[in-house]
Design a binder for this molecule. Structure first.
Ligand code: HEC
Length: 139
């Protein structure tokens, strides 16, 4: 009965493929990995930054936002070389962590109400201000 065998083979293939896809989503959901830095994600980052961060950090990332200029401690200058950022120290994961947790006793609050994807978008966007261009390769 060749027909029935074909059916069985297909059923088997479909089962295996869905199992594979399932375990894939499981694994990728486990330790949170940074999403790839894409132009789309940077675009999201810019929008969020202009809405939430520019008032302090400045539209150009130099810390000269309307509020930022009066703050003590002031927001740091994102246009400095990435390796010299006081908290980020050249590590995008650290920038992500600061954005997530904020900095105690400063006006830099935590942004953990934003979805993780959006915090990565912001991370990649602020790091783009650094000169020379920061390496933002994934670890
Ligand atoms: C109310 C003002 C304010 C707003 C709004 C704000 N920040 Fe900050 N941020 C600060 C200040 C002040 C510091 C520096 C504190 C310090 O170094 O002690 C800081 C520091 C940081 C740092 C640390 C950089 C480093 O390496 O030293 C990052 C990253 C950062 N902010 C990201 C963001 C992002 C992203 C947003 C928007 C979602 C944001 N901030 C919104 C005030 C603000």
């Amino acid at each position: 009965m060749p027909k029935e065998n074909d059916m069985k083979r297909w059923l088997w293939v479909i089962t295996m493929v869905s199992l594979l896809l399932f375990s894939f989503s499981f694994v990728s959901g486990q330790p949170p990995k940074p999403p790839a830095k894409t132009p789309e994600l940077l675009g999201v980052g810019k929008k969020l930054y202009d809405q939430n961060c520019a008032s302090c950090h400045g539209p150009k990332g130099d810390g000269k936002g309307q509020i930022g200029a009066a703050l003590k401690p002031p927001p740091n200058d994102f246009t400095k070389p990435f390796s010299q950022w006081p908290r980020g120290k050249g590590d995008v994961q650290k920038v992500f962590d600061v954005t997530t947790k904020g900095i105690p006793n400063t006006s830099m609050v935590k942004w953990d109400q934003l979805p993780e994807q959006e915090r990565w978008a912001l991370t990649y966007y602020v790091v783009e201000f650094a000169t020379p261009k920061a390496p933002t390769k994934k670890k």
